[in-house]
Design a protein around this ligand. Structure first.
Ligand code: ARG
Length: 580
């Protein structure tokens, strides 16, 4: 199955070579969607000067040299020198049939698979995840799924914050409440309460604060008993993560956790090597690297601090060690950091230091996939009324409750038993929250608005879930299995043509996400597909089609649309209920 735009590009390049000589083959043919045809090639306009001929004449020569009769109607020169290209209906139908026959729905598999680490979620252990982590988790998971599907070797990496000073007070608090006590178990369900209790004691009780500080020294010194207690805290928190990831249908497992502590033993070497390379200098007792091009407001160079004046290492040191590990041990071609935009400068600077030190080879890509803030309807970072950051678990529960409320009002719900309704509400509530996150460009902020995200209209999760469920119901009514439709697809109506052509856009949409790490592109595609399907379904009777061949073709279009919607939502990690 061919991507129309790519196929036309290569055909026009052949035409350029025939009309003007081999030297012209590599010119960008500038294939763009067109208002008057499916596509237009704009290359004649850009070539006219080089060839010293009027653009329309260049276009006419090129059009005459094109060998596209198997794909397009006769190319037409229009306007100042565009070449209009209209795909043949039988070509579109044959491509759609090829897509039906392909397990990958016509999506090319990476010709040259890369090893890609996708780092996402990365909460701080013992603190409840907040809405900010929701987005990095959901978007990161979609990116990982898409890269997997595109045929790359994906390493999921949950870079949890599991080391550092807070663990002194957390361990002391664990000892105070007692290992195995109910208070310790709250880490599994409500980690914030545990954290807050430790924090409050730390701030008000100097003896506790002192113990906590000594405990950090023991932890960093590798004291076995302290390490055991630290491990226990982590295990309890993992239970919390399991539940949240399970609810969110996020594919991260324990094996993907490689937190800050993992890099601990590598930190001294980072510093030694930077010093040996003459890149690190002492500045007011702290060891710093000053990568060029980074200055503060007053124009003074900004440091990356790799060892604090008290001798401790910090966040940047840990990230430098992480980069080295990913390059040297994981052998990555590409590293994608799905982290909030607030850390943009941090990443630009540590990537710059790592390049200076020669730790990132040329051709290896380190990318910060920036995640924008989630805002409340007041335009400020989403918080509860009392000003606390909103807990993820409470938020997800509310989504499911609201979905249930909406479903209860639908007449169709009366056919479902209680268990079915509950599972539909779960899929709709979680799907709505996830889709709202995914469908907004990941680096823009967006306003968290229940009414908009849970609506059955517009570019929302429920709309797409419903579109899939509605197609399933067509097959159910006819007593047919969508996988058993023989076809072939025959295009007679414009609505059939539009739908089939839109279907061919699936592979390109998947690849756009793989390359750009922007899942919203796939959302936009799926929304357009579902809208195109609605138009088709209004125009073209399926089960009541006049001819058997039309009915079979339309059923094939329905089945292919269903598979495409389900696969696309699957790549986004949005659940699709069987019925709604
Ligand atoms: N744990 C950090 C936070 O919650 C995010 C970690 C980002 N990743 C990294 N390699 N620094 O803010």
């Amino acid at each position: 199955m061919a991507n129309p735009q790519e196929l036309l590009a290569s055909r026009v390049q052949d035409g350029l070579a025939v009309a003007f000589g081999e030297a012209y083959r590599d010119t960008d043919p500038l294939i763009r969607p067109s208002q008057h045809a499916d596509f237009q090639a704009n290359v004649a306009l850009s070539l006219a000067k080089r060839l010293g001929q009027p653009p329309r004449e260049v276009a006419a020569q090129l059009a005459a040299a094109l060998a596209v009769a198997d794909v397009c109607l006769a190319p037409e020169v229009s306007g100042p020198g565009f070449i209009n290209l209209t795909l043949r209906d039988d070509w579109i139908a044959a491509q759609a049939d090829a897509m039906r026959a392909d397990e990958r729905l016509g999506t090319d598999a990476a010709a040259d698979p890369q090893t890609v680490v996708v780092e996402y979620s990365s909460p701080n252990i013992a603190k409840e995840m907040h809405v900010g982590h929701l987005r990095t988790t959901i978007v990161g998971d979609a990116i990982a799924r898409v890269l997997d599907f595109a045929g790359h070797h994906v390493i999921r990496d949950n870079h949890v914050g599991d080391w550092g000073t807070p663990f002194g007070m957390l361990i002391e608090h664990l000892l105070d409440v007692g290992e195995g006590s109910p208070a310790a178990a709250t880490l599994r369900t409500d980690p914030n309460t545990f954290y807050q209790a430790a924090r409050t004691k730390f701030d008000s009780d100097p003896v506790f604060a002192d113990r906590s500080r000594q405990r950090v020294v023991l932890l960093q010194g590798g004291d076995p008993d302290t390490l055991r207690l630290w491990q226990e805290l982590i295990e309890l928190f993992k239970d919390y993560l399991h539940r949240i990831y399970g609810t969110l249908r996020v594919t991260l497992t324990d094996d993907d956790i490689r937190g800050e502590s993992f890099y601990n033993t590598m930190l001294p070497q980072v510093v030694t090597d930077l010093e040996a390379a003459g890149l690190a200098v002492l500045d007011e007792g702290a060891l710093c690297v000053f990568p060029s091009g980074f200055t503060g407001r007053d124009g003074s160079p900004l440091p990356v601090i790799v060892r604090k004046s008290d001798g401790g290492y910090n966040y940047s040191t840990s990230d430098l060690a992480t980069i080295r590990y990913r390059v040297d041990d994981l052998d990555v071609d590409r590293a994608i950091y799905v982290v909030g935009s607030a850390q943009a400068l941090h990443f630009r600077m540590v990537f710059a230091v790592a390049r200076l030190a020669g730790w990132i080879p040329d051709g290896t890509s380190f990318e910060h996939a920036q995640i924008g803030n989630v805002l409340g309807t007041d335009g400020k970072i989403l918080r509860t009324r009392s000003g606390d950051s909103i807990k993820l678990s409470a938020l997800l529960r509310e989504g499911v409750d609201r979905a249930r409320g909406i479903l209860n009002e639908l007449e169709a719900s009366s056919q479902f038993d209680e268990a079915t309704l509950a599972s539909i509400a779960e899929a709709v509530g979680i799907g709505a929250v996830k889709y709202a996150d995914l469908s907004t460009a990941r680096d823009s902020e967006y306003v968290f608005d229940w009414d908009r995200m849970i609506s059955f209209k517009g570019n929302t999760g429920p709309y797409l879930q419903y579109a899939a469920a509605r197609i399933r119901s067509i097959f159910r009514r006819a007593g047919l299995d969508p996988d058993d439709i023989a076809g072939p697809i025959v295009i007679e109506e414009k609505a059939e043509r539009d739908l089939a052509l839109k279907l061919l856009g699936f592979g390109p949409a998947v690849w756009a996400v793989a390359d750009s790490t922007e899942p919203h592109r796939l959302c936009t595609y799926l929304f357009e597909l579902a809208s195109q399907f609605t138009a088709f379904y209004e125009m073209c009777p399926v089960l009541k089609a006049e001819l058997d061949t039309s009915r079979e073709s339309r059923l094939a279009l329905c089945a292919l649309t269903l598979r495409t919607l389900v696969s696309g939502l699957g790549l986004l990690g949005v659940p699709v209920p069987e019925r709604m």
